[in-house]
Design a protein around this ligand. Structure first.
Ligand SMILES: NC(=O)c1ccc[n+]([C@@H]2O[C@H](COP(=O)([O-])OP(=O)(O)OC[C@H]3O[C@@H](n4cnc5c(N)ncnc54)[C@H](O)[C@@H]3O)[C@@H](O)[C@H]2O)c1
Length: 323
């Protein structure tokens, strides 16, 4: 397969690229290395991808002519669209970043893809589309028309726009609703990563809604297996949940980090933040049935891998600073 991954220098794109390359696919990555979080981390991921023989194009997804050229020149069979402005909290401060990447950028890549017959388009959606949905676990059959934040609204818009492109042009589209993905090389803006940093530094960690929240934390390797299964299925038009199917209270996440780091956290309890939801919980019956998706990694095991990587990279950067 000839696969183009947008957001390849991002957390999920990086791991997916390595896994696809390992099984023998040709992988080309694209990323604009923006400064939403430390671009150095993105550069380090890209460097590793390059050492594995992958080409990484530095470009914005809104550059439609460039993407059209890439699709033609490289005879791309699968377009894996992961580039987006992520993060719930940031969407309250900078909604236009989401308009640029998640709406304008999304349409620009679809416009490029529809001119390239036979291509399969697989894109990242999010558990955030469930918004105010109270029925648990969250099923892809549940209504998703009440988002609680602008990020979720743009991800829902992506699903609707992709459906329209399928209907109009016969483009094969698959949307994957990821649930709180974590692991080595993760995103520094996410709670598990920030907590880890703050516990190490002896700084207080902020627990919103007095810590009474739960998330369906899903380990990166399970997510990568799910994405690859969706690539191999090549469905005409589907939406899948990719989650661990096991929500864990936030306070348990903190306990596991304390155990792994052998250090107590300073807990700062705060009220609920606007835009947040109490629980996420994926119903994965459809993903099990059609993708053979069976998450294997517990939060305890996954966080052990994360903390091991975190401590190694901390030592590495301290050593680099001291040089
Ligand atoms: N990590 C999660 O828990 C999670 C959960 C639900 C959905 N998602 C979605 O999965 C996808 C990947 O997430 P991630 O955690 O790897 O995030 P990430 O921020 O690490 O990766 C996204 C990458 O896309 C790039 N990018 C952003 N806008 C771009 C643009 N306009 N042009 C080119 N490149 C651009 C960024 O530089 C970044 O490297 C995103 O679409 C995100 O919304 C992630």
């Amino acid at each position: 397969m000839q696969v183009l991954i947008t957001g390849a220098a991002g957390f999920i794109g990086f791991h997916l690229a390595l896994a696809l390359k390992k099984r023998g696919d040709t992988v080309i990555g694209l990323d604009n290395f923006n400064a939403y979080y430390d671009p150095q981390l993105k550069r380090e991921r890209a460097k590793i991808l390059k050492t594995h023989g992958m080409e990484i194009v530095e470009a914005d997804i809104r550059d439609q002519p460039l993407i059209e050229q890439l699709l033609q020149k490289k005879e791309i069979s699968h377009f894996i669209h992961l580039a987006a402005q992520a993060g719930v909290r940031h969407s309250l401060i900078a909604p236009n970043d989401y308009v640029a990447s998640n709406l304008q950028g999304f349409v620009s890549v679809l416009e490029a893809c529809r001119k390239h017959p036979g291509i399969k388009f697989i894109f990242a959606s999010s558990s955030s589309v469930y918004g105010l949905n109270e029925k648990i676990p969250f099923s892809t059959e549940d209504p998703t028309d009440r988002p609680t934040n602008f990020y979720g609204a743009t991800k829902k818009a992506n699903e609707l726009i992709a459906h329209a492109y399928h209907h109009l042009y016969g483009l094969a589209v698959t949307g994957l609703r990821f649930f709180t993905v974590y692991g080595p090389w993760g995103r520094p803006d996410m709670a598990y990563y920030r907590f880890c940093e703050k516990i190490c530094r002896g700084e207080p960690i902020q627990l919103f809604n007095q810590g009474n929240m739960a998330r369906d934390f899903t380990y990166i390797d399970d997510i990568v297996r799910g994405i690859i299964a969706a690539i191999d299925l090549g469905a005409p038009c589907e939406i899948f949940n990719l989650g661990n199917h096991q929500p864990v209270p936030l306070l348990r996440l903190v306990e596991i980090l304390e155990e792994r780091l052998e250090k107590k956290a300073i807990r700062q309890f705060l009220p609920m933040q606007p835009g947040e939801v109490l629980t996420t919980y994926a119903d994965i019956e459809k993903s099990q049935r059609l993708l053979g998706f069976h998450p294997r990694v517990s939060l305890e095991e996954g966080l052990a891998h994360f903390v091991e990587w975190f401590q190694r990279s901390l030592n590495h950067s301290t050593a680099a600073e001291n040089r």
